[in-house]
Each structure stands twice: as structure tokens, then as C-alpha cells.
Design a protein around this ligand. Sequence first.
Ligand code: GDP
Length: 365
Amino acid sequence: SLTTGIVGLPNVGKSTLFNAITQAGAESANYPFCTIDPNVGIVNVPDHRLASLTDMYNPKQTIATTFEFTDIAGLVKGASQGEGLGNQFLANIRQVDAISHVVRCFEDKDITHVSGKVDPIDDIETINLELILADLESINKRIGRVEKLAKQKDKDAAAEFSALTKLKDAFENEQPARSVSLTDDEEQIIKHLNLLTKKPVLYVANVAEDDLAAPDDNEYVKKVRAFAEKEQSEVVVISARIESEIAELEGEEKQSFLEELGIEQSGLDQLIEKAYKLLGLATYFTAGEKEVRAWTFRLGIKAPQAAGIIHTDFERGFIRAEIVSYDDLMETGSLSAAKEKGKLRLEGKEYIVKDGDVIHFRFNV
Ligand code: GDP
């Protein structure tokens, strides 16, 4: 499954956030056969549609879909030079699919800041620079060889050389790979490099509890937003300290606590939703009297592959899928009503699954 790494300088609130994630953690009952790495936190993906489907079907159980975070502690200045455990951290980042970059936006004179003052943009640039330098090194190792091949009129090498040249230029100007526009061919050909600065990023602004209700009055948050906008990255404002308290609550208790804080959704829930979208993930549902369940899929896959997420047999023996969209189901009020109104569709092997599809797979065993 896909995972998002939590990175940031020391003392910005990463562990506090990660603790909230493990506290909010999805029922381990769903993972009876897995030992979960202590650096991995698995959370339920919040989805209001699941509650409405549960009301409609009254099933014996309702199962949310889950999402994974990996704690990548300890990235420091000099990591790309292999200083300290630097190389290990970079290797850990290489394994994640997206990055949640925590930056400190709270003042607290009792908590030292590694560079002596609270300055989220400086923090972001410090870490980004380490990742850029590591990518520059990966590219430098390759570019000479590819250049030779390109000169021998090797077509793939020529495309790669042109991509590497653009990237090298960007890195030397301290710009990440995600800021470079490449052709589709170039994109394909550099995939194998698994560049760190190509991974999508979400900035997590960690503010003091008092700032949660009006985060844009916080000058640091404003700066982070402006920075993220330039790179077309997203921002989530949280207060890591309060998230662990929220994570212990559920239902109405959670709701009234959020109201007290003056926010609609917990920072962690916002983070999960945005990270999920950032990775191009979406949700389809299966619904019946026994179980209502949400399933994660990558946007773009076809019906048989979506069936394969439930069980490989479903993919192998796929015949067709009976599908009603969540919105049509809610509007008509029941599956039989949806059928009468012609909203229940039969789809075949080429159907591209959409977010919110409620699906019944037909398959041969
Ligand atoms: P890490 O080094 O990035 O993992 O940072 P920690 O999560 O260990 O946090 C460093 C210190 O900052 C700890 O003493 C936390 O209690 C404190 N801290 C974290 N989040 C907040 C916050 O929202 N407000 C305040 N005042 N302190 C926080």
C-alpha cells in the first residue's frame, strides 16, 4: 500500500503528530496477520458517506478504508553529505510515495529551535536543500554515461539526457524536481531514478492551540501558504499537541470538542484527506446486509483491477460489475429504487472506476 512519510527538522512536533496518528489508529483487528512496524501508523480515512450507507443498509459491520503514515525522524542539515544518520533518512524518504513536511509555526521559549529562531520558510528550505543535493548526486552519477549514449544517437538516452539536463539546472538553482516541466516521455524515462524532490509534498503548519480557530492571523502560516502556492503544494494547519487529545475522542464528544476549538474538522482528518488526494487515491464501496465497506483504489484503474483489491479471485474471474454512484443511491433512497430509475449500471472490463461508486462484483470462481 501507499505510504506518506512525515519529515521535518527536530523539535517541530513530528513525534507529537505521529503519536496522535497511532492513537487515532485503525482497529488492529483489521490486521490480524500483520506485525506493524513501530514507525508506521495506520488510520481510518474519514468519509461521511460511510455513515449514510450504514444508515441505509443497517449492516452487521462497517469497515472504513485505511491510510498509512511513516515516521521519518531526524532529518538534519548535512544529511546529503551522509552526516550523522543522514543517508539512512534519505533512504527512508526514498521509500515513501508522498511527503508530509511538518514545520514549526508556534512560539514557545521553552522549546529550543535547531536554528535558534522560529522561521518556517528557512526550515522548509533547509530540508528541501538536503533533498535537492541528494537528487543532484543521483543525477551526476548518471548524466555522463547517458550523454555518451545520446551522442551515439540512442533515442532513449537522448530523451533522458535532455530530462537530466533540465533537472540538473533546477537543482543547481535550488529548485526541486517537481517544479521542472518535462514531456511525457521525459517523465517516463526518469521514473527509475525515484528522485526525492519529485514526490508530492504537503506542508503541515504546526501552530499553537490558540491559533487554530484563526490560523491565517498567524504570520508564519501566511508565509508557509505563500511558499506552498508557488510550488503548487498544499498546506494543512494543525496543532500537534491538541491532536492527540482529539484522537482519543469519537462521535459527538469529538464534535463538541472541535466546536470549542472553533474548527470543523480535526487537523489529522484534514491531513489524511489531503494526503489521500495528493496520492491520486479515491474510494469505492461495497454494501450489503452483512457489511458496508470502503475500499481505496488509485484513480484510473479499471473494474477488474478494482475487484482484485478485494480478492485476487475476483479479478481473475471477473464477469461484470453492478454499479450505482453514491449520489444516485442517496437520491433514490435504495438499491431497488435506483434500479427502477435506471441508475444501476452493468459495467464490463473496460469500465474506469470512479470515486463514490457502490459496486457489486459478479465473478466466476
Ligand atoms: P520532533 O522532534 O519534531 O519529533 O518534535 P516533538 O514532537 O518531540 O516536539 C518537540 C517539542 O515541542 C515537545 O516538547 C512538544 O511537546 C512540543 N510541541 C509540539 N507541538 C506543539 C504545539 O503545537 N505547541 C507547543 N507549545 N508545543 C508543541
